[in-house]
Write a protein that binds this ligand. Sequence first.
Ligand SMILES: Cc1cc2nc3c(=O)[nH]c(=O)nc-3n(C[C@H](O)[C@H](O)[C@H](O)COP(=O)(O)OP(=O)(O)OC[C@H]3O[C@@H](n4cnc5c(N)ncnc54)[C@H](O)[C@@H]3O)c2cc1C
Length: 510
Amino acid sequence: MTGQEHEHVRVAVIGSGFGGLGAAVRLRREGVTDFVVLERADAVGGTWRDNSYPGCACDVPSHLYSFSFAPNPDWPRTFSGQERIREYLEHVADTFRLRSHIRLNSEVKQLRWDNEKLWWEVATAQGTLTADVVVSATGPLSDPKTPDVPGIDTFPGKVFHSARWDHDYDLRGKRVAMIGTGASAIQIVPAIQKEVGRLTLFQRTPPWVMPRADRDITKAERWLHRQLPFTTQVRRGLLWGIRELQVQAFTKRPNELGMVEQIAKRNMGRAIKDPALRAKLTPDYRIGCKRILLSNTYYPALAQPNVDVVASGLSEIRGNTLVAADGSEAEVDAIVFGTGFHVTDMPIAQRVVGADGVSLAESWKGGMAALRGATAHGFPNFMTVIGPNTGLGNSSMILMIESQLNYLADYMRQLDVLGGRVALNPRESAVNGWNNRVQDRMKRTVWNTGGCNSWYLDENGVNTTVWPGTTTEFRQATRHVDVGEYEIVRAPAAAAEPRSRGKKAQVSAA
Ligand SMILES: Cc1cc2nc3c(=O)[nH]c(=O)nc-3n(C[C@H](O)[C@H](O)[C@H](O)COP(=O)(O)OP(=O)(O)OC[C@H]3O[C@@H](n4cnc5c(N)ncnc54)[C@H](O)[C@@H]3O)c2cc1C
């Protein structure tokens, strides 16, 4: 940095999805007001701003897929649609008076730890600031992943990813290829099947699809939730409790999941009468190994005469013709990639340079690992929300986010207790110890034993994304910061002058 004045804050939060907005609320509640939320887009909402594809909705019931501190008695459906979830997050930003902290169009380009000043230099699209603590809430499913298919440049039609839907492109009557059969694809297929001319689904692996208990929440229910707010909590508690019990089968007794496969098979059998199509759509791995999908409309859409299922991945494109790995071909006008996100190679990691001058991506090249899913050795006062091994296969990510925010709150308290210019760097032994325990538990889970290749696994086949336990266990593990797990780093005496809070600080040339 130059020797000019620049802005300094106590905390810089990156991202304004559930994670970033939640962190902002939690910081304010802890009495920390000297913070900014840096968002690369022009609005808040994260996942629920970016994914506006037809049919987009949550697949965890809304009363559980929302903040515990901001219950919404007015959820319109058991599984509400994207627009309502986005509205909810805008509402959270207003209700908790977060707007003055939020900087839109402020993509974080680089973060560099200063060993002398004990702060992060944060380079954004709008200039540079420094922060004592950085909270990275850039999202596990935020940067779309599109496969590098040979010949894609020769395709003369329209191409887009499910998370960047082109609403100006009219799909009516068009020949459309849907690539992938994940959670987004199975919502998109039934939503567009009626209007497109022909729909060709390229399926590398069939998903297990369970019935979806989706319905309008009645006026009477909403009235009750408004009049008696504890009823919302009861509803949430039941939704949570069922999932806490379910997860035992995922983590400890995967063989019991065979019974659940029968329900999924019946769900398919009701709509798919053609034995050949049914064979294509039947998974050959244990249910739960990949994310279990919920839909009542996916199979009925696949049974329609204008839909073809190619049970093979896309391997090549020649002009308008898409060629699958099994040699089958389809001519199309548009390609929609429902091919997921950069998950195990968290993109922000390439931009974070820690105490040893090494990037987080470099440090994680053998696999992502963070103490209690939050902090990485060599990256003092840097915390990830939804970091390594904090994902869930069957419940609400908001539960995990709120646990991590408890950890953040205690982290801020510990820094205050230690006082002065201080940073916490997780000990390598603590990070490794935590990670070994997580990976040890992972061995028995359906994600490791279920016989599938999923996006939960990194390129080495290690599951660095999912939490192998209950949300209660994670809540307990993140209730407090154990300072013994950290090296306490103090600033060298020469650099230990007091710093300003939320004001301009003077930085010498580096
Ligand atoms: C279609 C879809 C449906 C889902 N449904 C469910 C569900 O039903 N239940 C469930 O539990 N989970 C679901 N998820 C997972 C979902 O991602 C999480 O539940 C949650 O929304 C994550 O919140 P987040 O704030 O961590 O990340 P995000 O919502 O992804 O927000 C991250 C934010 O960081 C910003 N950002 C990223 N990089 C930078 C940068 N360098 N500088 C500045 N800003 C940056 C992004 O623009 C974004 O606004 C779903 C995901 C998708 C894609």
